[in-house]
Design a binder for this molecule. Structure first.
Ligand SMILES: [Zn+2]
Length: 617
């Protein structure tokens, strides 16, 4: 196996030292040039550099008298940028890769110049000590292209340093750790008023593949480290497939804001259903919430993850206070193998020195369907204390995967603890506004006269988040509708502080012949909202998600309201709140087993705390 290293001041390192880490200032950039978000950006402050939108990267081509250019400039441009590029079996271009793994939020566009014929033959550079041949070639290439290239164009965030410069040379790399061996490099060169700090050098033997370019861009643009002792589960981990390299791991993707984090606490009880590429669940060490935690997500071996040998919940343990990934130390990021004892140095075959992946690393029904302190006694926080995380009833990987958080989703299990509080997640756009989400659910009867249901907006909790008194909310906050991409919309289209929404949750005007379907009219005095629907536009079982927000100072509370049209099933997460309902409705536990029905008054049967499904007549 071959790693392409990071080289800093002539030495190989596992990750950039503090002073050489890439940063990205999203404040200095214009708004992304195209609308990107398929999912809301929920990361408040990314650990790694987190560029968004269109990013320009520079590629400089160099060949040699003993190794002339094996491909044309146009072919290189296609390799890096062309949608659906498939020469030599590549799964898309480098740009396609990052568009995919970022859910369309990072458009990495390479501008290509060349070929420049180097002063010496390739063999001359290859035979110099360590990486001095690379340094020599780099300076030569920068000097040659200086009159032709405006380097400042590649300082996308205008912070004085470029984000991405690639030097692609003709021929194959020869000796690992010497000469022109592919690597990410650092320099103190300055041109056109900007520092050319991070670059990568990679080979072009004449056959196209995208792994090296994708991996080196990971070091260069985001500052991700090499994930030794990690296996094939991330492109920063290992080189499993050059043509269809594995995706970036879901923890890094969520750190970028490409998929949202869903924060889980020890008080949560919840039956979850999730899709691949949808969310990353995060459970922080309460004693060190900014540093350490467990994360997990549904990873399926299709598409960008096709090379993986299995599917299921993939769990990871991170600790940002640890530098690098070396098994002699604790790891900054490691996979919690479902089949392993869980020690940080467990000698499983898919870590090191022969990384790969293993179907039994994934949690799934039938083999490893539960994670808990009892089942995984070696998985502890790095200070030795137990994590307290419990995940049970992990289902069979298919289009979706279900699992239970808190270990009490089945009514058959003894009732032990914890009410299920409304789930919150910290989220934000790229500006410094802290966004908290309050998830709410409303079930609407089908109505021909706009009959609303009234939903409590948890005023006390909102006040606490905003740092004001409950009674001050009405006077102090600004009120918005929230578009599906997270944009705040100050126009109200409903009654008072209210909005109409279309089927996708976009804010629209009321129009009986138009797209308006659901309304939510908030009352900031009572902190409730009236929710209803347009007559003749909905069917039993329809669901819609609408969002509204209140903002005070730099804090935003987003109400995400899932509206279900009655007649299908309703999930009961809080027995107290669901005490009253329609008489005769059947109640099932979360595993689908009937546990009783509502009596003639509509009251629930006596049930232990947990998650239930109500079949609504
Ligand atoms: Zn690397």
């Amino acid at each position: 196996m071959l790693f392409a290293d990071i080289v800093y001041q002539g030495k190989r390192v596992q990750e950039w030292p503090e002073e050489a880490r890439p940063t990205f200032n999203n404040q200095n950039t214009d708004k992304p040039s195209f609308l990107l978000t398929r999912t809301p950006v929920t990361q408040n402050k990314s650990h790694y550099a987190a560029p968004k939108g269109k990013i320009y990267s520079l590629t400089l081509l160099v060949d040699f008298s003993d190794k002339p250019a094996p491909v044309t400039v146009k072919e290189v441009e296609e390799w890096l940028n062309k949608e659906g590029f498939n020469k030599d079996g590549c799964n898309g271009s480098v740009r396609d890769y990052y568009l995919d793994v970022s859910n369309g939020q990072l458009d990495l566009t390479n501008e290509v110049f060349g070929w420049y014929r180097a002063k010496h033959p390739k063999s001359w550079y290859e035979n110099l000590k360590d990486y001095t041949g690379s340094d020599s070639l780099m300076k030569e290439v920068f000097n040659y292209f200086d009159p032709l290239v405006d380097f400042s164009r590649y300082d996308n965030d205008k912070d004085g340093t470029t984000e991405a410069i690639n030097i692609v040379y003709a021929g194959a790399g020869q000796t690992w750790g010497q000469g022109l061996w592919p690597h990410s490099g650092w320099s103190s060169e300055k041109r056109d008023g900007v520092r050319l700090t991070h670059h990568q050098m990679t080979d072009m033997p004449g056959k196209f593949s995208i792994y090296v370019f994708v991996h080196e861009s990971g070091h260069m643009i985001f500052g991700w480290p090499d994930l030794y002792w990690y296996g094939d589960y991330c492109t920063m981990g290992n080189r499993a497939n050059d043509l269809n390299p594995v995706a970036i791991n879901d923890f890094y993707r969520a750190d970028q804001g490409w998929i949202p984090f869903v924060d889980v606490t020890s008080n949560d009880v919840s039956l979850e259903t999730t899709k691949p590429n949808e969310v990353c669940y995060r459970y922080k060490n309460a004693a060190r919430p900014d540093k350490e935690g467990l994360v997990w997500s549904y990873v399926r071996n299709t598409g960008r993850n096709k090379v993986l040998k299995g599917s299921g919940l993939l769990m990871q343990h991170y600790d940002f206070s640890i530098d690098g990934n070396s098994a002699s130390n604790k790891l900054t990021l490691r996979v919690v193998h479902a089949n392993a004892a869980g020690k940080s140095n467990d000698n499983v075959a898919d870590q090191w020195p022969n990384p790969g992946s293993d179907a039994n690393a994934f949690f799934k029904s039938g083999t490893y369907s539960e994670f808990s302190d009892d089942k995984y006694p070696a998985i502890r926080w790095y200070n030795g204390s137990q994590t307290g995380l419990k995940i049970t009833d992990i289902g069979t990987p298919s289009e979706t995967l279900t699992f239970c958080i808190g270990g009490n989703c089945s009514a058959d299990a003894p009732s032990s603890s914890s009410s299920s509080a409304p789930k919150q997640e910290t989220s934000s756009s790229s500006v410094e506004i802290t966004v908290q989400k309050i998830a709410l659910e409303a079930t609407l009867p089908i109505s021909d006269n706009y009959a609303p249901v009234i939903l409590d907006l948890n005023g006390s909790e909102v006040a606490k988040i905003l740092g004001i008194k409950r009674t001050e909310i009405e006077d102090k906050v600004e009120f918005y509708g929230v578009e599906p991409n997270g944009t705040l919309n100050s126009r109200t289209t409903g009654e008072g502080t209210g909005h109409w929404f279309d089927a996708d949750g976009k804010i629209v005007a009321w129009d009986v012949n138009g797209s308006s379907i659901v309304f939510s009219n908030m009352d900031l005095t009572t902190m409730t909202t009236k929710i209803g629907h347009m007559p003749n536009k909905v069917k039993a079982g329809n669901t819609f998600t609408v969002r509204q927000a209140v903002v005070y100072g730099s804090k935003q509370v987003t109400f995400e309201i899932k509206v279900t049209i009655e007649g299908g099933t309703t999930i009961i997460r809080n027995i107290e709140k669901a005490r009253r309902g329609k008489p005769g409705n059947m109640i099932f536990n979360a595993l689908g087993k009937p546990v009783g029905k509502r009596n003639a008054n509509g009251t629930l049967p006596d049930l232990p705390k947990g998650i239930y499904v109500e079949m609504v007549k």
